[in-house]
Design a protein around this ligand. Structure first.
Ligand SMILES: [Mg+2]
Length: 237
């Protein structure tokens, strides 16, 4: 397709790859560490079970509690450090890889992602996104205050990609925080709801979420084309 006026800006977690794969990868790294330091052999599996049962934010504490041994809080902090600093084994979703292959060098492409900086940097590197993305803001580089929904990352990307806000498109998965800023700034918005995404079950009132919803990036180009046609009709009218 022709690239149109658009700058396509992607979220990272659960938009370009599955965040559960990152969690699984992190549990394996932490499991190796726990095996070495405490001699416990099934820690990764226990973490994965907690994750699948919906535990968030206290997985290591819960998994350790199952062993009925005394654990120092500093040990849990160490596990968090190992998890965040591990080199993740993750891959782009097939539809994301295909979209990048088809558009590389032909489309302005950006990325905006929240999360602890070291984690996001390692994910970005593991997915080799520097080959596909011309402008990226990992918001934690500026500090937590600038995580979404703060508008700074969106303003920065729009300037860097030299694209008017109305021609910037944000593609992301979490309606609770991803779309407030771009909608406020006049961007176009698309929610991707991957069946295995962590926020796939979240629903918010219309008006607070994206204009359109897709299940795969294979649907992205046809939406851009239809928007482009609407703009052409708007100009002609
Ligand atoms: Mg996300």
């Amino acid at each position: 397709m022709n690239a149109g006026p658009w700058a396509i800006v992607f979220d990272l977690d659960d938009t370009l790859y599955l965040e559960r794969d990152y969690a699984r990868s992190g549990f394996i790294a932490v499991g190796d560490y726990v095996k070495k330091t405490a001699g416990l052999t099934d820690f990764a599996d226990r973490c994965w079970t907690c994750f699948q049962q919906g535990t968030r934010g206290s997985i290591f504490d819960e998994a350790l509690a199952g062993y009925r041994i005394a654990i120092e809080p500093s040990y849990v902090r160490e596990l968090v450090r190992v998890y965040r600093q591990h080199e993740p084994t993750i891959t782009l979703a097939d539809d994301a890889a295909a979209w990048f292959d088809a558009h590389r060098g032909r489309q302005r492409v950006g990325l905006i992602s929240d999360g602890p900086l070291i984690c996001q940097e390692r994910k970005f590197a593991a997915l080799q996104l520097d080959e596909s993305v011309q402008a990226a803001v990992l918001t934690d580089r500026w500090g937590r205050l600038y995580w979404k929904p703060h508008p700074r990352a969106f303003e920065t990307i729009s300037e860097t990609l030299n694209t008017r806000p109305r021609d910037c498109v944000y593609v992301a998965d979490n309606p609770q925080k991803d779309f407030a800023a771009p909608l406020e700034l006049g961007w176009r918005t698309i929610r991707i709801r991957r069946p295995l995404g962590l926020h796939a079950g979240v629903d918010v009132p219309a008006g607070m979420t994206a204009e359109v919803e897709i299940a795969s990036l294979a649907e992205l180009d046809s939406i851009l084309e239809s928007w482009q046609e609407q703009q052409a009709i708007g100009r002609a009218a």
